[in-house]
Design a protein around this ligand. Structure first.
Ligand SMILES: *Cc1c(COP(=O)(O)O)cnc(C)c1O
Length: 418
C-alpha cells in the first residue's frame, strides 16, 4: 500500500499533485511519501510487537538523511555495509546500539570507526575477517561484539543478482563450517560472540524461504547453546519483496505469523534488516518525455531520466510500472522508454504496452524508492537528481539537484598540465 494515486485524473503524492512538484523542483525527480514510509516501518514493529526486536533498516536501499531521520525518530536501527553508511546513520541520529554492520569487505578504518562508535554488532562474513576484527579491537584495547553471518544454503527464488544465501555466493560462512568458526571466534581474545545472522536475498515474494532458512539457523543456535555460547541476537536479515508488476508478496505480519512460533520461549532479541519493503513503494521517479521517435517500426519514448538515475531496469531487467501523471483516455502503444545516456542498455522499459505519451508530458516511474537514488551515478556527467519528501500537503526538498561545479569539485589538474 502506498500514497501515490490518481485524484480526478491527476497523479498525487499524498495530498500534493505530482505536476506541481515536477514544475517546482524540475525533473528527473524522486518523490517519497512520508506516510508510506511510516506505514511500512510500523508494519514491522507491529508484526513483532510481542517479541523483543529491533528493526535495523538497510541503508543501502535508500540512504537519504530525511528518510533515515524519520526511521530514527520512530525507533529504527540501521543495517550498514560501509563506513559511509555508518556516518550517515549516526548523523541521522540512529543510536549506535541499534546499528549492525554487514559486508564481505570491511576495511581497517571502517572497523575502527564502528568500534569507536560502539555499534551493536559486526555481522562477520569470513574467518579472515574475524581475525582482522580481533586484531584491530586488540590494538584499541576493546572487545568487538560479533555475529557470524551464516549462509544457510536456501534458494530465495529471486533474481540471481539479488540472491545471496546459497553455497556458491560470496556472502557469509557456509552453515557446514559454522560451528568451527564460532569456536574460532570464542578463542579470539578481543571478540565477544553475541549473535547469529543470515540474509538470503532480496525481493523474496514467498514466506517459505524465510521459514526454511530460520529452521536451519535454529538447529545451529541449539548447537551453540549446548556449547555454552551466549547468543543474544538472532538477526534474520531482510529481503521481503514488494509489488512491482503483479507479485503478491507476504506482508511482514504474514512472515511473523510463521516465524514467531519457531522462536517461542527463546531468550533472544530478534533483529531484522528490511530495506526494499520499507522504501520501495514509498518512492516514485518523475521524468519528462523529451522526444518521441519511430525507427524501423519501433517506437521510442525518450525521457530525461536515465540508467544513471535508476539502474534497476538496465542492471536486472527489472520491471517498473510507468504511468502518465495525467490520466485520460488514450490509445495504447508498444514502446521502449529510454533515457538520454549513450548506452543501448539505457532503458526504463522495453517493449512496453503503454498509454500513448505526448511530447513534454510527465511520467511517473513507480516503486522507485529502493535501490533507485542510492544506486545512481553521475555517468555522462549528469548531476544527481533532486529528492522531495511529501507529508500530507507539505513538500520539502530533501536533497537538492546536483550542479556542474560539483561534478568536478574533487578533481585536480596536475601542475605540468596547467
Ligand atoms: C541488502 C541487504 C539487506 C536489505 O535487503 P532488502 O531486500 O532491501 O530488504 C539486508 N541485509 C543485508 C545483509 C543486505 O545485504
Amino acid at each position: 500500500m502506498h500514497f501515490f494515486s490518481y485524484k480526478e485524473d491527476e497523479l498525487y503524492a499524498e495530498d500534493v499533485p505530482v505536476r506541481l512538484l515536477a514544475e517546482k523542483y524540475g525533473t528527473p525527480l524522486y518523490i517519497y511519501s512520508y506516510k508510506t514510509l511510516l506505514r511500512h516501518f510500523n508494519a514491522y514493529n507491529n508484526a513483532y510487537k510481542d517479541f523483543p526486536h529491533i528493526v535495523c533498516y538497510a541503508l543501502k536501499a535508500n540512504s537519504n538523511g530525511a528518510v533515515l531521520r524519520l526511521l530514527a525518530k520512530n525507533g529504527g536501527g540501521a543495517d550498514i555495509v560501509s563506513g559511509g553508511e555508518l556516518f550517515r546513520a549516526m548523523k541521522a541520529g540512529i543510536p549506535a546500539e541499534k546499528i549492525v554492520y554487514a559486508g564481505v569487505g570491511k576495511k581497517e578504518e571502517e572497523i575502527r570507526s564502528a568500534l569507536m562508535a560502539k555499534i551493536l554488532m559486526f555481522n562477520v562474513e569470513s574467518a579472515d575477517e574475524l581475525r582482522e576484527i580481533d586484531r584491530i579491537a586488540g590494538k584499541m584495547r576493546t572487545k568487538a561484539p560479533v555475529a557470524l553471518r551464516i549462509n544457510p544454503d536456501i534458494d530465495a527464488k529471486t533474481h540471481p543478482y539479488i540472491s545471496t544465501g546459497m553455497r556458491e555466493h560470496k556472502f557469509g560462512i557456509s552453515i557446514d563450517d559454522a560451528l568451527e568458526n564460532y569456536r574460532l571466534a570464542s578463542r579470539l581474545k578481543h571478540i565477544r560472540v553475541v549473535g547469529i545472522q543470515k540474509h538470503i536475498g532480496s525481493q523474496i515474494t514467498k514466506t517459505s524461504p524465510f521459514v526454511d532458512a530460520l529452521k536451519r539457523i535454529l538447529v545451529l543456535l541449539d548447537e551453540l547453546n549446548r556449547e555454552k555460547f551466549d547468543i543474544k541476537y538472532l538477526d534474520i536479515g531482510g529481503g521481503l519483496g514488494i509489488t512491482y508488476v503483479n507479485e503478491k508478496p507476504p506482508v511482514p505480519a504474514d512472515v511473523a505469523k510463521k516465524l514467531l512460533p519457531l522462536l517461542k520461549g527463546r531468550d533472544i532479541t530478534l533483529i531484522m534488516e528490511p530495506g526494499r519493503s520499507i522504501v520501495g513503494n514509498a518512492g516514485i521517479l518523475v521524468t519528462k518525455a523529451l522526444y518521441l521517435k519511430k525507427s524501423s517500426g519501433k517506437e521510442f519514448v525518450i525521457v530525461d531520466a536515465g540508467m544513471n538515475d535508476l539502474m534497476r531496469p538496465s542492471l536486472y531487467e527489472a520491471y517498473h510500472h510507468i504511468i502518465p501523471i495525467a490520466r485520460k483516455k488514450r490509445n495504447m502503444i508498444m514502446a521502449d522508454i529510454v533515457g538520454p545516456i549513450c548506452e543501448s542498455g539505457d532503458f526504463l522499459a522495453k517493449g512496453r504496452k503503454i498509454a500513448k505519451v505526448n511530447k513534454g508530458e510527465y511520467l511517473s516511474v513507480m516503486s522507485a524508492g529502493a535501490y533507485g537514488m542510492s544506486m545512481s551515478s553521475n555517468y555522462n556527467s549528469r548531476p544527481s537528481v533532486a529528492e522531495v519528501m511529501v507529508n500530507g500537503k507539505t513538500h520539502s526538498l530533501i536533497r537538492k539537484r546536483g550542479t556542474y561545479e560539483e561534478l568536478i569539485s574533487n578533481e585536480n589538474i596536475p601542475g605540468y598540465l596547467r
